[in-house]
Ligand binder design. Structure first.
Ligand code: NDP
Length: 505
């Protein structure tokens, strides 16, 4: 990886940023029917960087109609799987060719360090497209053995139809493609509603989709606000499935909204993931893992390890190690080559995170390090600065505090000692949350690791820093962390319906 970013690299995106961007509907770029636009702000400076069309219910309706047409009478579901896969590979190549520029856009829009956007926004996205292109001809029905004699039966797996994909701002492009790629592979068509805070790479995605020659209407992209645009997509009777990633609160409203035509719903929601460190763990790696797990992307990660349970024998040592790493972390604009942690995505998110730290203080937590906004160096008189937050470690926290119970979505970790060897009791502590997305265990004892892994109610258990994301590995949550799984075979099958066909012989 080339971690060095030349200071003028942001110029790569200058052409894109100077244009006012439209909606991508039926293979064409069109203005919002209302003529309205909204501002896109760079979270590292608080300054306007682009203007984007503000789609609403009328635009969503046009996009859904285009997607329906492409599904019902267009070429997409009837195209041979190899044809769909070929286009997906072409799109992956187009992303790689535009890699630097796309990564710059993601960094300017979301704030994440450039190296992260290069890896996640571009390389990861190309990988995701190729992975799911591979499933295009491999999602099959079965020939079950039934009890009745003289019958031939089989099942088909058919595309679910028009998919509404609603994605958040924390990994904007990766989230969009992780929904679009499996949907396209199995023959669905898509209407994508990106987060209003981070619409730029979704627009670039639309440009590349057009460039590589996807048929009109197969993917439609409507930038706009959650309400009206996202809500209209959820309510629309022409949509067969909503695939949503975001907050648990909005996830619940989507379930209610989808009741109209009982559309299918997949939800990838929040988390409050535990990290459990045993005294026999490789403490150097565990400490680094704990710090990375909460400070990466400024903690705006659904699987962030935000509840840190450390055995009392090593508590002070591990906390000191995480604090030391927090102090050394270079916080700054993601576009700068030395930045390790960028800003939070918005003023609202900064207020939310500092508000949580304040609530922790009020409820008796100790701020061991951090706890406040970082003011931008060189911030001019009268200028708004970026939304930078200090990496923060809280101690003296307990299960009744909001900082321990609620998803903060910022670089704030609650360190708590455990003094137990009983795995059932440790699991009860780890499971003492409404969420169940991810979890982390650090120990050299494989028996402890696997026994505890079974007891934890979460969609993912990472042992000694195990794999966070691989497109082959199912991803999703127990409890209020969501419904369904993304990635792997499950992730592709989630965009299908099963049909049973029986023949009397
Ligand atoms: P939201 O859940 O509000 O946003 C996610 C997506 O849903 C965005 O595209 C949003 O649009 C859209 N949306 C919002 N309201 C509706 C609606 N009524 N119907 C349909 N779509 C809607 O997340 P926030 O941006 O408000 O973040 C708030 C908190 O949510 C964070 O602090 C964090 O705790 C959590 N979160 C969790 C994520 C995860 O990956 N688990 C990701 C993002 C946030 P718009 O952007 O225009 O509002």
């Amino acid at each position: 990886m080339n971690a060095q970013v030349s200071p003028d690299r942001s110029q790569l995106a200058a052409g894109f940023l100077s244009a006012t961007h439209k909606l991508f509907i039926n293979g064409e770029w069109v203005e919002a029917r209302s003529g309205k636009t909204f501002d896109v702000v760079n979270p590292a400076t608080g300054k306007l960087i682009a203007k984007v069309a503000a789609g609403d219910a009328a635009d969503i309706d046009a996009a859904v109609q285009a997607a329906r047409k492409a599904f019902e009478s267009g070429p997409w579901p009837s195209m041979p799987p190899s044809g769909r896969a070929k286009l997906m590979w072409k799109l992956a190549e187009a992303f790689e060719a535009a890699g630097e520029e796309v990564a710059v856009l993601e960094t300017l829009d979301n704030g994440m360090p450039f190296t992260m956007s290069r890896f996640v926004a571009v390389n990861g996205v190309a990988e995701c497209l190729r992975y799911f292109a591979g499933w295009a001809g491999k999602i099959n029905g079965e020939t079950p053995t039934i009890s009745a004699p003289d019958h031939h039966v089989y099942t088909l797996r058919e595309p679910v139809g028009v998919v509404g994909a609603i994605v958040p701002w924390n990994f904007p492009l990766a989230m969009a493609v992780s929904k679009i790629a499996p949907a396209l592979a199995v023959g669905c068509t898509v209407v994508l509603k990106p987060a209003e805070l981070t619409p730029l790479t979704a627009i670039r995605l639309g440009q590349l989709i057009q460039q590589v020659g996807f048929p009109p209407g197969v993917v439609n992209i409507v930038t706009g606000y959650g309400d009206p645009a996202g809500k209209a997509l959820v309510d629309h009777p022409g949509v067969d499935k909503i695939s949503f990633t975001g907050s648990t609160v909005v996830g619940k409203s989507i379930v209610a909204g989808a009741a109209g035509n009982l559309k299918r719903v997949a939800l990838e929601l929040g988390g409050k993931s535990p990290v459990i460190i045993f005294p026999d763990a490789d403490l150097e790696r565990a400490t680094q893992g704990a710090a990375d797990g909460i400070f990466r992307n400024a903690g705006q990660v659904c699987v962030a390890g935000s509840r840190l349970y450390i055995h009392e024998k090593v508590f002070d040592r591990v906390v000191a190690g995480v604090v030391e790493r927090a102090k050394k972390l270079k916080v700054g604009p993601g576009i700068e080559p030395t930045t390790q942690m960028g800003p939070l995505v918005s003023q609202k998110q900064l207020d939310r995170v500092t508000g949580y730290v304040d609530s922790g203080r009020e409820q008796g937590a100790e701020v061991v390090v951090g706890g406040a906004r970082v003011t931008t160096q060189g911030q001019g008189e009268g200028e708004r600065g970026g939304y930078f937050m200090q990496p923060t470690v809280l101690a003296q926290t307990n299960r009744d505090m909001r900082v321990v119970r609620e998803e903060i979505f910022g670089p704030v970790v609650c360190a708590m000692p455990i003094n137990d060897e009983d795995l059932d009791r440790i699991a009860r502590v780890a499971n003492d949350t409404d969420y169940g997305l991810s979890s982390n265990i650090w120990t050299r004892d494989i028996s402890v690791a696997h026994k505890l892994a079974k007891k934890i109610r979460a969609g993912m258990v990472r042992i000694n820093g195990g794999m966070g994301l691989d497109y082959a590995l199912p991803f999703g949550g127990y409890k209020q962390s969501g419904w369904g799984r993304e990635n792997g075979r499950e992730g592709a099958e989630a965009y299908t319906e099963v049909k049973s066909i029986s023949v009397a012989l």
